[in-house]
Design a protein around this ligand. Structure first.
Ligand code: HEC
Length: 167
């Protein structure tokens, strides 16, 4: 094909070619923009931005209801049971351990008292957890329905890591 062979032979064709070269991409872009816009905003109606809809979209994943749940089918009042998963060591500590270990009640080794904890930490985590589950000295046994053994263990880890331990 020689250089002179081109489909554009007249000035009119040249104008059409230039016009086409601009108009076709513009149409394609307009169509694409509309298409992408429709993907992004399936709720076309303007009520997608009402306070209620926004609140629905940004609500936390789970909500915990604490009031008694009254079933629609029966007159029974059922306490809604929500599985919240294992409690953190910090939570168990605050609920069940802080009473003694915060201020050293009954000579309990205080949280953060590195000197008091040092000789105990050497026993290892399992021994310490065993003492708490089964009781030791003035500390009663903590095994039971209130917490799983794993939660007690987490509380021991929390308490001892605040007191020079590294479990
Ligand atoms: C009634 C007060 C009291 C409560 C409640 C209490 N403790 Fe203690 N705890 C003590 C005392 C006192 C000791 C020292 C016991 C000893 O060595 O004779 C102790 C010792 C310990 C020890 C060291 C055990 C060892 O073998 O040296 C750990 C660990 C411990 N407590 C963790 C906990 C955790 C975790 C909780 C909560 C789940 C808890 N304690 C709740 C009083 C308490």
């Amino acid at each position: 094909m020689s250089e002179n062979e081109t489909p554009i032979k007249t000035p009119k064709q040249l104008i059409y070619a230039i016009a086409g070269a601009f108009i076709i991409p513009v149409i394609v872009i307009v169509l694409l923009t509309k298409f992408v816009g429709s993907l992004k905003n399936p709720e076309k109606s303007s009520d997608a931005y009402t306070a209620e809809k926004i609140a629905q979209r940004i609500q936390p994943i789970g909500t915990l209801r604490t009031e008694p749940y009254v079933s629609a089918e029966s007159d029974n009042v059922v306490l809604a049971s929500v599985d919240v998963g294992p409690l953190s060591g910090e939570a168990v500590y605050s609920n069940r351990c802080a009473a003694c270990h915060e201020a050293g009640v009954l000579n309990a080794p205080k949280i953060g008292d590195i000197g008091a904890w040092k000789p105990r930490l050497g026993q290892g985590l399992d021994k310490l957890v065993y003492s708490v589950l089964n009781g030791k000295g003035s500390m009663g046994a903590h095994k039971g329905p209130l917490n799983t053994d794993e939660e007690i263990k987490a509380a021991v880890v929390y308490l001892t890591n605040k007191s020079g331990g590294s479990f």
